[in-house]
Design a protein around this ligand. Structure first.
Ligand code: SAH
Ligand code: SF4
Ligand code: F3S
Length: 474
């Protein structure tokens, strides 16, 4: 019997956690009296957009509890929302924990919590309990919604609270959220992943794939739009398999068409689209849409059919190229970006040549290149023929320079065009400029002030600076 997953929010659980927020406020008030000021809280996010969205949920709860939200980690409550997709993500957390320990020594009221993907790994939790025992609370990805309850436990007990679940069948949305940007927001449309690419830890730390009911997604987006959001990013590890565990027949393009109808919503993005499940209907849907942004992230991982097979990606060099070319032909202004892993076990320079060939043919608008990182528990970790570091370095550099050449060329093609740009903020270097994002994800800086932030304006692209533009409002 396949396990049954809930697809709707568990309202009882929402009520329970709201009651814990109510109870938790008293601890924050007590702390305020002791400190003589409002206690501060800082949430630091590692990893992907999913984690970023989860952090907004935690931040919302902390704000509701009465904390003043700050960016500085020398705060009264600090939470790290961790990632474990590559080893360097883990190392960063250990490094930063050392710094937190220093802060805690001079602030006896400080509390430190860890959550997210890395906490789903027993070895990481053991290491923290043994070597970083000053951490007060550890929880995982499946019980994030239980944070109010765990917070109350943490404030009432002196030991490290550890609550990590293997999996969950529940969906609990609708708790308070503080969004990082008023004008754009991520929206979870599904959780987990069933693909088990052989290098990847995500299915082990995020659990099985579960989609949310389309009505709940649409309601959430309507609420966001009413609150000033112009752009949403629909989030899932493989959005192209959206709907598979729902009772009714519904696919990702059907959901996109429902979201398109939402009045006041101006832009739709999504992440990530697995090439194996990208349908002709999705291409048609993107093509006819007025709101779906001209940007598709289509992770390649490797251009070699041999390596793709060993990675369990379910496509070949040829089928990927056919798909990418079809998209280039149908929607010529669509930017295509990708992820590439260099140094997967068994990879040789012959395989790298295939990857270079695909990059050359697709001419990516941008690409993230990663050095393969061995993740304990994944099939690739025990594969023979792990590749020598020196080879990886040389191959990585060659791939990176080709990727950059393509990205420069694609960016330069926009020169002189007029683009609609969502202004995201003031330019960090030059106070006379604002920074905005085009539909195809390219950044453009142009003269403007704070009042433009959050609006969509037309900008003439005047000067290409490699991967971004300088422009002028028209
Ligand atoms: N679900 C997304 C990927 C999420 S992880 C997808 O399938 O496209 C984001 C990226 O991290 C992946 O695309 C991959 O390129 C990279 N990645 C995942 N595991 C890795 C590992 N063990 N070593 C190096 N890079 C990895
Ligand atoms: Fe990892 Fe593959 Fe799932 Fe993406 S699709 S999260 S790479 S297992
Ligand atoms: Fe990292 Fe977890 Fe995302 S492992 S990439 S934060 S799903």
């Amino acid at each position: 019997m396949p396990e049954r997953f809930e697809t709707k929010t568990d309202q009882e659980e929402v009520k329970r956690q709201l009651a814990f927020i109510e109870a938790g406020r008293q601890f924050v008030v007590d702390l305020k009296n002791k400190l003589g000021r409002t206690p501060t809280a800082c949430v630091t996010t590692f990893g992907c957009q999913m984690n970023a969205r989860d952090s907004e949920k935690i931040t919302g709860i902390l704000a509701d509890l009465g904390y003043k939200i700050v960016e500085n980690e020398d705060a009264d409550f600090v939470l790290f929302n961790t990632c474990t997709v590559r080893d360097n993500a883990n190392q960063k957390v250990y490094g930063r924990l050392g710094t937190l320990h220093g802060y805690k020594k001079h602030n006896p009221y400080m509390r430190i919590a860890l959550c997210g993907c890395m906490m789903q790994e027993e070895t990481a939790v053991d290491k923290i309990l043994n070597s970083y025992s000053f951490v007060d609370l550890i929880f995982g990805t499946h019980n994030l919604y239980k944070f109010p309850e765990l917070f109350v436990q943490m404030m009432t007990r002196d030991i490290t609270i550890v609550d990590v679940w293997e999996s969950t069948t529940k969906i609990v949305e609708e708790l308070p959220i503080v969004r990082k940007y008023p004008f754009k927001s991520g929206v979870n449309i599904m959780f987990g992943c069933n693909n088990f690419c052989t290098y990847c830890i995500v299915p082990y730390v995020r659990g099985r794939e579960r989609s949310r009911e389309p009505e709940e997604i649409v309601e959430e987006i309507k609420g966001l739009v009413a609150d000033g959001v112009k752009e949403v990013m629909l989030l899932g590890q493989n959005v192209n398999s959206y709907g598979k565990n729902l009772e009714r027949e519904i696919g990702f393009p059907d959901l996109l068409r429902m979201v398109e109808e939402i009045e006041g919503l101006e832009r739709i993005r999504f992440m990530t689209s697995h090439p194996k499940d990208l349908s002709d209907d999705l291409i048609a849907c993107m093509k006819e849409s007025k709101k779906i942004c001209r940007h598709l992230h289509l992770p390649l991982q490797s251009g070699s059919s041999k390596i793709l097979k060993a990675m369990n990606r379910h496509y070949t060099k040829e089928s990927y190229l056919e798909l990418a070319m079809k998209i280039r032909k149908e929607i010529p202004d669509m930017a295509i970006t990708t992820d590439i892993i260099v140094g997967f076990p068994g990879e040789t320079y012959e395989d790298i040549k295939d990857t270079l060939d695909v990059i050359r043919q697709v001419e990516y608008d941008n690409a993230f290149t990663f050095i393969y990182s061995k993740r304990t528990g994944t099939p690739a970790a025990v594969m023979e023929n792990q590749v020598a570091k020196e080879d990886i370095k040389v191959w990585f550099d060659e791939i990176l320079s080709l990727v950059q050449e393509c990205a420069r060329k694609r960016t330069a093609m926009l020169d002189g065009q007029i683009a609609d740009v969502l202004v995201e903020g003031m330019n960090e270097q030059d106070a006379t400029l604002v920074t905005g994002r085009m539909s195809n994800n390219t950044l453009v800086h142009f003269p403007g002030d704070e009042s433009l932030v959050g609006s969509i304006v037309n900008v003439k692209l005047e000067e290409c600076k490699g991967f971004y533009y300088l422009g002028k409002r028209v």
